[in-house]
Every structure is written in structure tokens, then in C-alpha cells.
Design a protein around this ligand. Structure first.
Ligand code: ASP
Ligand code: MG
Length: 438
């Protein structure tokens, strides 16, 4: 059974839900994972913020505003009176549930329950629509099988066991609908896989059922060689390996959530990125197959902080890097890029929440300088130790742009450069010209 995931825009209106039917209804058995209608999760975050700050009037107003939007869509979604009533009842149920939170204390657990309403709504609305047009489908409650453990990591064994149990209840069914993003935590409470997590859901389900393929449907024809929002000309890349796609997704290719790759890679399940507006287009296939040589793509990640740590104690000393890394570990701050010299190390972080604390501890044994608003440019391609000339091409393309850090050799398929944030566009344009002749 294949797994197909559709994001917020694909279910963003009654029309889009109508159009979705053509993509999901055919002979093939499948599990369809849906996000919340676009804008919904953001609205729910805002509602939760108001509930936290005990701004009951504002919370109620936002809830009613969102409800009105749903009433409009539901009226356009269904044709028959019976289906419309069912849809309106569904909405009333979920919005009354939201309103109930305005009545007393608001807790972190309740926030998760609030955030879960978007996916619960979109999947039920779509399921009811299918039943209105006589297409048989089963609504699988993700809360019965999606689970994260004490470390907030998905518990694949649990998911596998429980989704199999759920699926076995409906032999002969070929169309299942389920919620992306939402799950339960190790206490059994409602939780989620973090923003954008529906891709992760699809990949986890794919891994759990050993699906032949996971399809992520969006509004672009796959992963592109460069950021289409920044440069004029780009092309889709038809094939990527899991490792290449993970680098691109992490370093800025917005089309796919970076966490999505790992479960699929673990069980070697190809992930296809396809376009709802152009379903016949080839899109991008991510698999374990090596996919040609040369340089394939560049992506950029903004808002990076670079930290330079210089210390005489580093010279010929062992354990220096460990003492540096321990500090970042204590503040649960992941490091992205690292370059070293004999007396200094430069590294980058994406999350600068504990920057001050980290620097203070580093300063106990080194001189620290910090550069904020940097951008990592990630270039993915064939940079294995046997290949010649690829690094030259990158540096040649970048010859007029100052580079703060270069990370080469960490993996055979990626080179990362760090530039000032204001040089991001110039860098992507220069690389597009130098590497892809655009
Ligand atoms: N609805 C969730 C979000 O907006 C999850 C997703 O769309 O992937 O973050
Ligand atoms: Mg998304």
C-alpha cells in the first residue's frame, strides 16, 4: 500500500478538496495523510497564545473567526443536505471543544490538543465528502497509532504494531485517510511532530507498513536545483539519494521537511515529490540509488550564527573540542558546520536561544567572537575523495563573494559555505550561473 501526503494548500478550500478526489481515487490501495487546511495551524497557535495570556475575549474572537471560515468551506464542499448537516455538526463539535478551553486554566497539554484540531477537521471533512460522492474510505485515527517516546522521538516499533492492528480491522479496504502531524506522547497525551510534521507522518507510516513508496504532493514539481524564490531560472531534479535530499531539505529546500527522510531511508522506501497542479510531471524521486555525477543542487539556510573560538590551549592539546562541544550539548544546541585550525575553531548554530550562556562558558577558556545573520549555502553533488574539479567549480563561481567558512569532506556529497546573510542572493545567483549555466 502506498502512502500519499497532501499539504495544507492541497486541502485549503472546498475546490481543492474536490480536486483531490481525482488524485486519490483509483484502483491502487493507499493511505492518504492530510495536513490541516492552510492557515489553520497558524490560527490555532494564535488562539493558544491568547488562551495562555488569559485573553479570553480575543481567544473567543479568533475561534469564531476561524469557525466562520470553516462554515463557508463546508457549505461549498457538500451538495446534499445530509452531508452538509454532518459537516456543520463536525465543525460545531470541534469549535465548541476549542471554546471550552477559554473557561479555565490553560496548560501545555491543552495547547497540543488545540493544535491537533486542524488535522482532525480536514481529514473528517474530506472523508465525509468521499462518502457523499459514494467513494468508500476509512478514517484512521492517527492518535491510535502515531506515538513519540520520552525523548520526543517517534516510536517506530509502536507505530508499526498499532497501525497494522488498525489496518487489519478493515480487510479489503483500499482507501484510508489519516491525520498528519498529530500523535500521542509517551504519557498517552495528544502531542505533535512539530510544525510541518505531516511529511514526517507520511514517512513514518511508509516505514511502518513497508510501503512500496511514499508520495509527498505539493504545488511544485519536485526539488529544484536552486531556490526558485531567489533565482530566475531553476529546474527540477529527477533523482536524489536519501543523503543528498536530507542535506537539501535541512539546508533550506522548503518543499520537504528534513525529518521526513530518515524513516524512509531506514527501511529503504522511495519518497516521491509530486505536483498536484501537474500530476503527470516526473517530480523528484528520493531513493538509495546513486543518481549520476556532478553537482546537482544548491540550497540556503538563513539566520545562522557563527561562533569563533580561539584558544592558545588548543595548540597540541587533546580534549579541547570535547570541552567546546559539551557546552553546546548542555544547552541542547545543535551545531551545523565546523571548521578548525590549529588554534581556533569556527562553528555555526541555527538556534541562538542560549547564545549568551554558551558564549559565557566558552569565554572561560577562550576568546569568542560571534557573527550573526549568516547564511549557509549548501551545495550537493559528487564531492567524493576521487572526484576532481567540483570544488574548483564552486569556488570559481563564488570568486567575487567573500566566504566566511568552507566545510568540505564531511560527506562525499556536500560542500557548505558560510556567507553574510546579505550575500545570500548574490551567492545563489553566482552559483546558478557558474554551476548550472543559468
Ligand atoms: N498543520 C501542521 C503545520 O502547519 C503540519 C503540516 O502541515 O505539516 O505545521
Ligand atoms: Mg509542509
Amino acid at each position: 500500500m502506498k502512502v500519499l501526503k497532501f499539504g495544507g494548500t492541497s486541502v485549503g478550500s472546498a475546490e481543492r478538496m474536490h480536486a483531490l478526489v481525482d488524485l486519490v481515487v483509483n484502483m491502487e490501495a493507499k493511505i492518504v495523510v492530510l495536513s490541516a487546511m492552510s492557515g489553520t495551524t497558524n490560527a490555532l497557535v494564535e488562539i493558544a497564545d491568547k488562551l495562555y495570556s488569559k485573553d479570553t475575549a480575543q481567544a473567543n474572537e479568533l475561534i469564531s473567526k476561524l469557525e466562520e471560515k470553516y462554515v463557508v468551506e463546508v457549505k461549498r464542499l457538500y451538495k446534499t443536505e445530509a452531508a452538509l448537516q454532518k459537516g456543520l455538526n463536525l465543525i460545531r463539535y470541534h469549535f465548541d471543544y476549542l471554546r471550552a478551553f477559554t473557561l479555565d486554566m490553560f496548560t501545555a497539554n491543552e495547547e497540543k490538543a488545540v493544535l491537533a484540531q486542524g488535522e482532525l477537521l480536514s481529514t473528517a471533512m474530506f472523508h465525509y465528502y468521499l462518502s457523499e460522492i459514494n467513494v468508500e474510505s476509512v478514517l484512521l485515527p492517527a492518535l491510535n497509532f502515531m506515538r513519540i517516546d520520552e525523548n520526543d522521538e517517534p516510536d517506530l516499533e509502536y507505530i508499526e504494531r498499532h497501525i497494522t492492528e488498525e489496518l487489519n480491522k478493515y480487510p479489503g479496504t483500499s482507501l484510508f485517510i489519516t491525520q498528519g502531524y498529530i500523535c500521542r506522547n509517551s504519557f498517552g497525551e495528544i502531542d505533535n511532530l512539530k510544525r510541518g510534521g505531516s511529511d514526517y507522518t507520511a514517512s513514518l507510516i511508509g516505514a511502518a507498513i513497508y510501503a512500496p513508496e511514499v508520495q509527498i504532493w505539493t504545488d511544485i514539481d519536485g526539488m529544484h536545483n536552486n531556490d526558485p524564490r531567489v533565482v530566475d531560472k531553476t529546474h527540477p531534479i529527477h533523482e536524489l539519494t536519501f543523503d543528498e535530499a536530507a542535506e537539501l531539505a535541512y539546508f533550506g529546500a522548503k518543499i520537504l521537511h528534513p525529518t521526513c527522510i530518515l524513516p524512509a531511508q531506514k527501511r529503504n522506501i522511495p519518497v516521491k515529490l509530486l505536483n498536484t497542479m501537474q500530476p503527470e510531471a516526473k517530480g523528484t524521486t528520493i531513493s538509495d540509488k546513486a543518481s549520476g555525477s556532478g553537482i546537482k543542487a544548491v540550497a540556503a539556510k538563513d539566520g545562522i550564527t557563527a561562533i569563533n573560538i580561539k584558544s592558545g590551549r588548543m595548540l597540541l592539546a587533546h580534549g579541547f573540542l570535547r570541552s567546546v562541544f559539551e557546552i553546546f550539548e548542555r544547552y541542547k544546541t545543535p551545531i551545523d558546520m565546523i571548521t578548525t585550525s590549529e588554534v581556533a575553531v569556527s562553528l555555526t548554530i541555527d538556534n541562538s536561544k542560549y547564545l549568551q550562556e554558551i558564549c559565557k562558558e566558552l569565554e572561560e577558556f577562550s576568546d569568542v567572537t560571534v557573527d550573526q545573520n549568516q547564511t549557509i549555502i549548501c551545495i550537493v553533488g559528487d564531492f567524493g575523495s576521487e572526484t576532481k574539479g567540483c570544488a574548483l567549480k564552486v569556488l570559481e563561481a563564488m570568486k567575487t563573494i567573500p566566504i566566511r567558512m568552507i566545510s568540505y569532506g564531511g560527506s562525499p556529497f556536500n560542500v557548505s559555505l558560510l556567507v553574510k546573510g546579505e550575500l545570500k542572493k548574490a551567492s545563489l545567483v553566482a552559483l546558478n550561473k557558474g554551476l548550472f549555466n543559468y
